[in-house]
Structure formats: C-alpha cells, structure tokens
Design a protein around this ligand. Sequence first.
Ligand code: DQA
Length: 164
Amino acid sequence: MAGAPVTAAAHAAGPEAAAITKVWVLNGPNLGRLGAREPEVYGKADFGALQADCRRWGARLGFEVDVRQTDSEAQLVAWLHDAADAAIPVVLNPAAFTHYSYALRDAVAQVPVVIEVHISNPAAREEFRQTSVISAVATGTIAGFGFGSYYLALSALRRLAASA
Ligand code: DQA
C-alpha cells in the first residue's frame, strides 16, 4: 500500500479502506471518439460528458475521480503501473485491448482493485469481442449499461471500501 494515504481510523478498518479515496477511470483506444463513433452502439454523448458523469458520480460516492483516455497501449500500461505503486483503485475500459492485450492483462494483475467496464455488451456482439483477456485478473466486470456501467463500477468500489 505504498503511497496510500493512511489515517489511524482507516488503518484500523483495513488496508483497502485506507486506499479508496482516489479512483482512476482509465479508457483505451477510440473512446475519445465517443459521440462521433458508432452512436448506435455507444450513444450520442461524448467523452467530455463521460468525464463529467464520472466526476459527479464519484463525488457523490465520496471519491476524487480522475478520468483519462489514451489510444496508446504503452500509456495505459504506464498508468496502471502508477496505480499499482500508489494503490489507487481503477475503473478500466480497455476498449479493443480487452480482446488481445496480454501486456495490459499483466499490468492489470499488478493493481489490487480493477473493475473492468464496457459501455456495450461485448458478449452479445461479434465473436472476437466475446473473449476478454482482462476479466480473469480484474476484480469484476460490468458491461452493457451504457455510461451507467461506470456508475455501477464506482458503486461497486464504494461497497468494497465499506466492507474492507
Ligand atoms: C468497448 C467494447 C470493445 O469491444 C470495443 O473495442 C470498444 C468499446 C465498450 O465499452 O463497449 O472500444 O470496450
């Protein structure tokens, strides 16, 4: 838990409770194109709207939420390393990397709490989307609820913090 803010009360409640104040919401390739990209699949709202939603939902749940997006696998891996070192829980939409990136999987495996999210329900789409190389090393997966998948993931983190 190096780098996590630890108070006496939080420490008594357990290490996970001490860790969950900041949450990072990390998004992979093409999610910066929300709104313009296949609106019939991903909706008409853009990435800025997703950022605003996540920050608002996070604040309501008591989290300081940082919402980022990159098209770069290396950048996503670097952010996950930073999250691992600082013990910051992550909500992760790996986008297409979900289906084939073992580098991302190995990075996710180093972070204590990662909720995998998807806007669409990949299990109900093309065959290549029905494999996630991330799910087995994620804390849990939420898919198919539009931007609501992120709300459900943040709520799940709140429950995890409360039960730690
Ligand atoms: C996605 C689903 C992936 O299959 C796809 O490559 C994405 C978005 C989703 O949020 O539904 O880019 O992760």
